[in-house]
Design a protein around this ligand. Structure first.
Ligand SMILES: *Cc1c(COP(=O)(O)O)cnc(C)c1O
Length: 458
């Protein structure tokens, strides 16, 4: 008999979880003004809010914490990280930052100005935030297949070259500081970009004199999907594929809280000394001196180790198989999710799940709250609330896809937890026709409103 699959690690340290009653949860949600970001962690049984900074570090990473060098300038931990980045991505220059959006803030301060246009594949929310904050425009050039959850395209993160070229033809190159390619593309469902597409985007962009930036939080998961799905890469190691991917970019921003399996950290990688020099000044102003940039020495050391662990096939296989394990149960229950199943999360199509709730009453948010009430499972809205208002008209922007995302933290939960999540969502699905009303906003911030929005039941 073929042996079943099992995790490539065992558990050394554990943390208790807290169960609650539906009555408790109703009270807590009311107090949280129906915003799951306002819940305390003890009020959550299984937390799938994000896979960002919520992973479990290995014994080797914890050992690196003890070895951290906290020198203000020239710390050994900085050089350890610098060498890992050179080794894995091939970048000569790098700047540490405290997390991914800080990397965006520093790099975009150097490169993006008012009136600029930044094309990309469904920009991540903080990326878009940093573009729009500078009064520049983010233009989505993702392939159309990404917006049909039932189409089984292997690389739904790909950019549409015609859409991209149209942007390059419409605007002078001085107005386009770079194209941002997100690997994997979170916003369209944790979907990968193929090497073929990365190469074509790079060649097209360079033909027009435009630089390429990889938003790289889940670069290793992208490489795993390339190994499984793209012809010619079956027998390459993850690190060889990563090296191939990063041939086709000029710079990277990284949220190390994802595929580098640390709880905090980020960086910018660059080939160009001129960009490094420009960005350096902003790094010192916003983050810290260039050899720590908002990170402790120990955190840089654990991050360097995490970059190696995060690019091991066994680790990635364990992780992505767990996401599939949950996703396949939901597919069996007939629950509408983005297909194929992505790397880090399951994206539930809330528009199909709750067709009786009007769009203006926030379907994905309604579903997220129902799932929490059902079993204390915390997911997150990736829909109209997140899409925010149009910066000019101030009208709600209705995204093409209204998702509830359930992100799986790395090396944290067991498949028994996934069973609870699947059953809880099935229970909500079974009573979906009775859910006919959603929520209205009573208070919101002018930008990135989802973190602090306050809602009222209709
Ligand atoms: C998480 C993430 C960011 C932002 O990183 P933070 O560490 O949360 O600031 C940017 N882009 C992508 C694709 C991400 O997943």
């Amino acid at each position: 008999m073929k042996l079943p699959f099992a995790e490539s690690y065992k558990i050394k340290v554990v943390e208790p979880l807290y169960k609650s009653t539906r009555q408790d949860r109703e009270q807590w949600l009311k107090e949280a003004r129906y915003n799951i970001f306002n819940l305390r962690s003890h009020q959550v049984f299984i937390d799938l809010l994000t896979d960002s900074g919520t992973g479990a570090m290995s014994q080797f990473q914890w050992a690196e914490i003890m070895k951290g060098d906290e020198s203000y300038a020239g710390a050994e931990s900085y050089f350890k990280l610098k060498e890992a980045i050179k080794d894995i991505f091939g970048f000569e220059y790098f700047l540490p930052t405290h997390q991914g959006r800080a990397a965006e803030n520093v790099l975009f301060s150097a490169l993006v100005k008012e009136g600029d246009v930044v094309p990309g594949n469904a920009h991540f929310d903080t990326t878009k935030g940093h573009i729009e904050f500078r009064k520049a425009e983010a233009v989505d050039c993702t392939i159309d297949e990404a917006y049909d959850t039932d189409t089984n395209h292997p690389f739904k993160g790909n950019l549409d070259l015609d859409k991209l070229e149209a942007v390059y033809k419409k605007y002078p190159k001085e107005k386009i500081p770079f194209v941002v390619v997100t690997v994997t593309c979170n916003t369209s469902g944790g979907q990968p970009v193929s090497i073929e597409n990365l190469k074509q985007v790079y060649e097209l962009s360079h033909q027009y004199g435009i630089k390429v930036l990889f938003d790289s939080a889940r670069f290793a998961e992208n490489a795993y999907f390339i190994k499984l799905r793209e012809k010619g890469y079956e027998n390459k190691t993850i690190r060889e594929i990563v090296a191939d991917m990063f041939k086709y970019t000029d710079m990277m921003t990284m949220s190390s809280k994802k595929d580098a399996i640390v709880n905090m950290g980020g960086f910018i990688g660059m080939r160009d000394e001129e960009i490094f020099d420009k960005a350096k000044t902003f790094n010192i102003m916003f983050e810290g001196f260039i050899t720590y940039g908002g990170m402790s020495g120990r955190d840089m050391a654990a991050l360097a180790q995490g970059l190696y662990e995060g690019t091991e096939f066994d680790f990635l296989e364990t992780r992505i198989k767990q996401t599939e394990y949950l996703g396949n149960q939901l597919i069996d229950y007939g629950i509408p999710i983005q297909k194929p199943i992505g790397g880090h999360a399951i994206f539930v199509d809330a528009d199909k799940f709750l067709p009786n709730v009007p769009k203006a009453q926030y379907q994905a948010q309604t579903l997220t709250l129902e799932l929490y009430l059902e079993a204390g499972v915390r997911a997150v809205e990736i829909g109209t609330i997140l899409a925010d208002r149009d910066p000019v008209t101030r009208e709600n922007r209705y995204p093409k896809l209204e998702f509830m995302r359930m992100a799986i933290p790395r090396r944290v939960y067991t498949n028994n937890h996934m069973d609870v999540v699947a059953t809880a969502l099935k229970n909500v699905y079974d009573r979906r026709n009775k859910i006919t009303t959603g929520y209205k906003i009573i208070k919101e911030a002018p930008i990135m409103r989802h973190f602090s929005v306050e809602l009222e039941k209709i």
